[in-house]
Structures are given as C-alpha cells and as structure tokens.
Design a protein around this ligand. Sequence first.
Ligand SMILES: Nc1nc2c(ncn2[C@@H]2O[C@H](COP(=O)(O)OP(=O)(O)OP(=O)(O)O)[C@@H](O)[C@H]2O)c(=O)[nH]1
Ligand SMILES: [Mg+2]
Length: 273
Amino acid sequence: MGNICVIGPRASGKTTYLVALAYWENHRSQKSKGKNYKVQPLNDESKKLADKAEDIIQEGESVEPTVIGDAIQTVDDLDYYSFKIEVERGFLKKRESIQLNARDYPGEIFEKIAEPSFADSIHEEFIDECLMKDVVGCLILLTGWEKGTDKFYKRVMSRFIELMDARNRLQDLRLAVAMSKCERGELWPGRIDPETDLFGVHLPKTKVSLQEKIPPKNLRFYAISTFGVLGRNDPRPNRVDDLGKFGRASVLRDGEKWRPYNMIEPLYWLSKG
Ligand SMILES: Nc1nc2c(ncn2[C@@H]2O[C@H](COP(=O)(O)OP(=O)(O)OP(=O)(O)O)[C@@H](O)[C@H]2O)c(=O)[nH]1
Ligand SMILES: [Mg+2]
C-alpha cells in the first residue's frame, strides 16, 4: 500500500525532501514533464510538518540533522509521514493517486550498515522495516561526488544488497537511486541523463555494483533537487549557503520562485513500476 523508504547517507536531504512534500499543498500545484501533481498530507504528523514547512521553504530556515539519541532510540520514535499524491497525466487529464508512507530515518543509520559492529537494535529494526514485504521500493538519496565518496557509497550499497538478499527482496524491491541537490552547477546539466552523466561519471563503482545485482526492471537512476533553480531559463541555483547552526547548511534563496526538480517522478515509478 505504497510504503516507500526514503533512505540515504547523512545530509543527503531526506528530511528537507519530506518537508517539501508537506509544503507542496500550500503552494500552487507543480507541473513537471507534462504531468500535474498534487500532494496532500494525510496523517497528523505530516499535517504538523506542513505548518513547519512554511518557515523552511519560504523563510529559508534550515532543518536539523536527524540523529539517534535520547529522544530517538527505536525506529518508532522517528517521525512517520503519510501523503496522498495525485497525478494528472496526458491530454485527457487521467488521474491516478499514490500513497506515500515514509519514516524520516537518520542518515547515520544508513551509513552504519557497512560497519562490522553494526548490531544495535535500532539498526536491525531499520533494516527489518525497509525490507519488509509490504515495502514496494526505496528512494535512495545520494549527494556526494567528491573523491572517495564513490567507494564509500559502493560499500554501503553492496551491504544493503546483501541484506536485501538475506530477506528475499533481491527480485521484488524497486530502487530509485537519486543524486540529490542536483541544482548544483556541476551536476545540473547531468540531470537530463542521470544514469550516464551523474552516476556513470561521478559514482561509477556504485552504479555498476547496483546494476550487477538488481534486475534492470527494478532499478532506475534519478536527479532530484528539492530547492531547484531560479527559473526555466535561469539555471542559477535557488540556494544560498548558510553557515548557520548546524555548520553545513544550505537554505532556499527565494521562496517565491520555489520550483523543485523531479521530486515526484521517482515516487510514482516506485509505486507503479
Ligand atoms: N543545495 C541543496 N541543499 C539541500 C537540498 N535539500 C536539502 N539541502 C540541504 O542539505 C542539508 C541537509 O539536509 P537534511 O534534509 O537535513 O538531510 P538529511 O538527509 O535529513 O540528513 P540526516 O538527518 O543527517 O540524515 C541542509 O542544509 C539542507 O538545507 C537541495 O535540494 N539542494
Ligand atoms: Mg534528516
């Protein structure tokens, strides 16, 4: 029933992505590639998030890193959001709806699956939940492309694939692997063919290790930007760097011009294939 996991390393933009989905409704409906999307928060947590989202999207506040700690000891302590997403397609405006149920996992949990000491209960719960039979797919947000990152992602993804195999999900779990924050100047032109120009160029080892194990029908590569660029003919990132509270923040530059790039397409594919 539309359970999709949104996972990925630290600071890859998972929380911001969920915040943006929650805010979507307050914004005009977004058109993308000839399709019209509407997003409606369904549960209390996603409605509450929609209130907070205004500050983040319009006022350019940064979200806090999601961390395991006193308040978060089991996956049930993590925020759990539910959204209804309506897609109007083509000439006849045929409507289809999908439901997204997703938890806001900390990147820390995802990164640690490749460590030998990976045995805490929260890590096991995380893997159990992501690889449950009623999860149709995972949206995996990756963000880095500097030296060394490819090796690290490859290690984590290979371990994730082993865990998929151990739970019999190798043949029936869809993976949408996305480069997030793709409004970044070096990456933006690569959005048109992310498989070749983002993953093939910047994360080739990660790409190949996924392609070796995941059946082609269950694997797609995407480019996503929750912030987007300033306009159709203005490729400047709609972003400013903010050295603010968390030491690593970027915030939206102009809320009025918010045009997220490709946020819904991977969700749609994950649910419908
Ligand atoms: N440039 C850019 N920055 C973004 C985008 N989305 C999120 N960010 C920034 O990336 C940083 C990390 O975002 P988070 O949403 O906290 O990332 P996360 O994956 O939830 O991180 P953890 O909770 O630590 O796992 C924040 O400063 C965000 O403002 C985007 O589309 N473009
Ligand atoms: Mg987070």
